[in-house]
Design a protein around this ligand. Structure first.
Ligand SMILES: [Zn+2]
Length: 82
């Protein structure tokens, strides 16, 4: 099971605000399932920098997308939680 956490800091007047983004176990499993199928057609092989994790906070939840270096992507957003 894959769990990925991205941490970034946003500059803020008077200090820093820390945000933490992560994939749930369910999202990790969905990513692995998609990745297995995608590997059959993708020209890229495993390497550092192949995957980009995008987290876009909204008022109701985070839009979560993982992009492969080839341009394909999978949407892992948990709309059921919104
Ligand atoms: Zn690809």
């Amino acid at each position: 099971m894959m769990t990925t956490t991205k941490i970034m800091t946003l500059p803020r007047r008077g200090g820093f605000n820390t945000l933490c983004f992560s994939l749930t176990a369910e999202q990790g499993a969905r990513f692995q399932t998609w990745r297995k199928e995608h590997d059959k057609v993708c020209r890229l092989r495993e390497s550092s920098g192949r995957w980009t994790f995008e987290f876009t906070p909204t008022g109701v939840g985070d839009v979560t997308i993982v992009r492969c270096g080839c341009g394909e992507k999978v949407n892992l957003t948990r709309y059921g939680d919104w």
